[in-house]
Write a protein that binds this ligand. Structure first.
Ligand code: WAQ
Ligand code: MG
Ligand code: MG
Ligand code: MG
Length: 255
């Protein structure tokens, strides 16, 4: 039996009562791993660099193993930019290469820069017009029910590239699910953890990391999913929130 395990933590009460988002996590695990996973999530929420949570919700739900989809990990490229300004320029260029209209790419970036504090999920933005499409305000769309198909294999894959940290690991899994979504053209993301300045642009072409997309110390991060005009938004949100996905890493020669 497989279970979806999700955590969300906030400060000043629950998110839905106006609490400030501190941390979230989503995993898929077998019964034998649930206790350790819940402990790990609690520890993360209580010791987060965004502040101490006073509301923590952990949800465990069985998922139907027959309904699980497998999607491939995206190829990873690190683009060595010297600073935040160069990182944002390069990210916009990458969004355009992935098929986002130039003005829409800039509007998506501006939408992230205009946030006063972090959202819990992602904005849906039209890849053609740059208009925000979802009406979910600060909640946004939270992608859930995804994990690595082979956690140890993903660790080995990341270690060989010097990238084995939780931010990269979770972002690669999320980006693989999102890039495989019906109607998603590309994603732009940077972390809301004040000490983590890196972000990425992902699409079916790959995952492009930029070491600087925001200044050190900023607690404002977020995600934009650029979607094709005419995309079925209800079907997209259903897939992002509910479709169980396991992300498979390519098999590699051992070194
Ligand atoms: N679904 C939708 N949006 C999410 C989710 C999710 N499951 N998790 C986080 N977000 C949004 C939300 O607005 C957060 O405020 C924001 O993204 C940042 O989340 O290659 O760590 O978990 O070095 O802080 C990217 C670079 C790290 C990794 C991203 O995001 C690398 C990161 P965080
Ligand atoms: Mg988080
Ligand atoms: Mg995260
Ligand atoms: Mg964070």
């Amino acid at each position: 039996m497989l279970y979806s395990v999700r955590m969300r933590a906030a400060q000043g009460g629950p998110h839905e009562a106006g609490g400030r988002h501190i941390s979230g996590a989503e995993r898929i695990a077998g019964a034998g791993d649930l206790a350790a996973l819940a402990t790990e999530m609690l520890t993360r929420a209580l010791a987060h660099s965004r502040g101490r949570a006073d509301f923590i919700n952990i949800t465990v739900e069985a998922i139907n193993a027959e309904n699980v989809r497998r999607v491939p990990l995206l190829p990873v490229t690190t683009v060595a930019v010297p600073d935040v300004a160069a990182g944002r320029e390069a990210a916009v260029a990458q969004l355009i290469k992935a098929g986002v209209a130039p003005a829409a790419a800039r509007q998506g970036l501006a939408a992230l820069l205009g946030l006063a504090d972090s959202m819990r999920g992602a904005m849906l933005v039209c890849a053609e017009s740059g208009r925000r499409l979802d009406n979910k305000a600060l909640r946004g769309v939270r992608v859930s029910r995804m994990d690595a198909a082979d956690p140890a294999g993903l660790t080995a894959f990341l270690s060989r590239r010097g990238l084995n940290n939780a931010h990269v690991r979770e972002a690669l899994v999320l980006a693989a699910k999102v890039a495989a979504a019906p109607g998603v053209v590309a994603e732009l993301c940077w972390s809301d953890d004040p000490e983590y300045t890196a972000g990425y642009v992902a699409s079916s072409q790959g995952y492009y990391r930029f070491p600087y997309l925001k200044p050190y110390g900023s607690p404002v991060g977020g995600r934009v999913f650029f979607v094709a005009p005419g995309c079925d938004q209800a079907a997209l949100i259903e897939y992002l929130e509910r479709q169980p996905v396991l992300v498979t890493a390519p098999e590699e020669e051992s070194e």
